[in-house]
Design a protein around this ligand. Structure first.
Ligand SMILES: Cc1cc2nc3c(=O)[nH]c(=O)nc-3n(C[C@H](O)[C@H](O)[C@H](O)COP(=O)(O)OP(=O)(O)OC[C@H]3O[C@@H](n4cnc5c(N)ncnc54)[C@H](O)[C@@H]3O)c2cc1C
Length: 391
């Protein structure tokens, strides 16, 4: 069987390697001059390749994710990685990294497996249309028409990449609107003096008075707004609502002294106020610039209670999500209702994998895992077992 895989990312390469090991005739068409460009960018170059605690709650649109994760366990994913020569370790929060700590090295391993098992790789080969005649698919590659028995669409998303052209490769209407996700947020009237500061915080996202979600972690202040893993994760909640065309009056409320109760903080501040130390209220507790910001926001005549309350409830009014060039994943994509859930196949027979699907995970290795696991999922267990052999 001749198979065309469109896209040489985590999903496409995983599919191609498993198919080659099972004796299929596989061609990967990648529009870039090399495969795995996005893999190379992950985990700050270290490649957070998976998460040992992954579950469907880590994903928006958990229907497909749930099926895929139930079928492809963490152990199985690790077996696949090992079969490609990628050995991993897990940190205290379940995040998995390659022993090499090198995303580029992960790409090398995957590319090597593909060529070792006879996969054909065509780089600089964007695919802009695929047509079906009878049971066969025709695609124009490098100006020539080629015929395949099967087409696998693994073209990813627009996040930190050019538009994929997926619209022209898919039947009309199967793509939902798409929105940048896992992305920093622009805040209205942001205090640019905070730019570059980092603070441990507990952050809650509200729509007006309705609590939507909350996260703990490092908050990163930027001149335009907020970033950091907890903000990226909360951005996914907003992005999902934007895909569903739900508006919102979003506010982030940060407790920037999460390790101290408001009562204790108020007592400390009260004593310092009594001693006339208004410019030293947060010494030993917060960065001076953040302290100045809080005291200013509390107001010139604020008492200890008000200042402590401000530090525990620092609010930031959401303006907008930053754009594709800053986003790690895309919310939206091929809607679940158009897919045969067992084979991730569209009505025209095209198999769709990875981020092109309307599935997006929060930070922590979930997205690479899903991309690879969705590819493993579409093979039967005997074919997967063949793929996990190390030779
Ligand atoms: C900066 C950054 C950091 C990230 N960090 C992490 C992390 O640490 N852990 C994690 O799990 N996830 C991370 N992600 C998300 C993760 O990289 C993606 O979810 C995952 O790579 C998606 O895999 P994919 O194979 O579905 O798509 P992609 O990796 O995007 O691969 C799709 C491929 O298809 C090619 N292509 C597109 N259109 C065409 C076409 N028409 N013809 C031919 N080829 C085409 C593209 O060039 C690309 O190579 C990060 C993303 C970014 C941008």
């Amino acid at each position: 069987m001749k198979i065309l895989v469109i896209g040489g990312g985590m999903a496409g390469l995983t599919y191609a390697i498993v198919a080659c090991k099972n004796g299929y005739d596989v061609t990967v068409a990648e529009r870039n001059s090399r495969v795995g460009k996005k893999i190379s960018m992950t985990g700050n170059g270290k490649c957070n390749i998976g998460n040992a605690r992954i579950n469907a709650d880590c994903f928006n649109r958990s229907g497909i994710a749930d099926r895929v994760l139930n079928a492809v366990s963490v152990d199985e994913y690790v077996k696949f990685l090992n079969s490609c020569g990628i050995y991993v370790y897990t940190d205290s929060e379940g995040r998995m990294y390659p022993l090499s700590d090198s995303a580029a090295n992960v790409v090398d391993c995957l590319r090597h497996q593909l060529s070792k098992y006879g996969g054909k790789l065509l780089v600089n080969s964007p695919i802009s249309s695929v047509s079906k005649t009878g049971n066969k698919f025709e695609a124009i590659i490098g100006g020539n028409k080629s015929v395949f028995d099967k087409v696998v669409l693994a073209c990813g998303s627009r996040s930190q990449a050019a538009p994929t052209g997926a619209e022209s490769l898919l039947p009309e209407g199967v793509l939902t609107p798409t929105v940048p996700s896992l992305v920093p947020v622009k805040i209205r009237d942001m205090d640019a003096a905070l730019n570059g500061l980092r603070a441990r915080a507990e952050i809650t996202l509200y729509d007006g008075k309705e609590l939507l979600d909350s996260r703990q972690g490092e908050l990163l202040f930027k001149d335009y707004g907020l970033s950091g893993i907890c903000i990226l994760d909360l951005s996914a909640t907003i992005a999902r609502r934007e895909v569903e065309r739900k508006g919102g009056d979003y506010i982030f409320v940060a407790d920037v002294v999460p390790r101290m109760s408001q009562e204790v903080l108020e007592k400390i501040i009260g004593k310092r106020l009594d001693c006339g130390e208004r410019d030293k209220l947060f010494y030993g507790i917060l960065h001076n610039k953040l302290a100045e910001h809080i005291v200013r926001r509390a107001g010139a005549s604020a008492d200890a209670s008000r200042i402590a309350h401000t530090a525990k409830n620092l609010s930031f009014k959401f303006d907008r999500l930053l754009d594709w060039s800053m986003s790690q994943v895309t919310a939206g994509g091929i809607a679940e209702r158009y897919l045969d859930a067992d084979a991730l196949t569209l009505p025209n027979g095209v198999v769709a994998l990875g981020e092109v699907l309307d599935v997006d995970g929060i930070c922590g290795g979930n997205n690479l895992y899903f991309a690879a696991a969705s590819a493993l999922y579409v093979f039967d267990s005997a074919e997967r077992d063949v793929a996990y052999t190390i030779s």
